[in-house]
Design a protein around this ligand. Sequence first.
Ligand code: NAD
Length: 265
Amino acid sequence: MDEPKGGPRQGAVEVATTLATVATWLREANRVLALTGAGISTESGIPDFRGPDGAWTRNPAAQRLSHIDAYLADPALRAQVWQQRMAHPAWSAGPNSGHRALVALERKGALHTLVTQNIDGLHAAAGTSADILIEIHGTMREVACLSCGDRAPAAASFARVLAGDPDPSCLICGGILKSATISFGQPLLHEDLVKAETAAATCDVCLAIGTSLTVYPAAALPRLASEVGARLVIINAEATPMDALADVVLRAPIGEVLPRIVEQV
Ligand code: NAD
């Protein structure tokens, strides 16, 4: 674990003090916003994109699979994306102690909104309530038609791929089907963005957990929270562009420090 921003390297006692301080802020806050990213799910066996073992760190060319223009233009790429999506580690993964700590925080009445950039569904699987959860980049558990907007469980499309259709199209309108996730180049759902921005603008503590804070507009939420005077706590293994704004930076494994904070709230 690294020290809070700007301070000397901390010993175990100083770390414990920092965790206790964050717990006090959470206990005393009126509204807490948590923003999570791929880093909260690595301990469930799902690689992130940009961490040391990230999917894009290992294979930068894979980024192309996440761009909507490439998906729309290239049936061969879509076939590749369907195969990749069916093989995604999230299908066999379960929530870890980081996801469960956020459930515990909610049950203590100390979590108002959880915005996740993750598409893996693990916050819901852990037990976070649907009414506080915003999956701002969508979900891989459903597919959506890019023409008529029809949505359906992903499993039905996977069955068609396995039966020999490499790029299944919408059964209603014939349009291109895609995982119900937000690819690069696609707008977020307006309603989700408004809810997330409102939560950031009205929170008094913002936790940014396991995110490189490089994907916008989600990455703007901690800055917005900081601008309205909220305390900003960043828990991430690597430096982020927002560390200078943070009141505390914990460069530590989420599954270790988040439960330690929450148990003191
Ligand atoms: P990112 O890959 O850009 O950054 C993840 C960050 O988490 C890294 O800085 C890494 O150092 C840190 N990290 C990884 N494991 C950690 C741990 N155990 N403890 C502490 N820190 C840890 O992820 P992002 O900022 O979420 O942006 C990537 C985009 O990719 C998002 O839009 C997200 O939707 C998508 N994505 C989602 C998943 C998923 O659903 N699980 C996985 C990969 C990518």
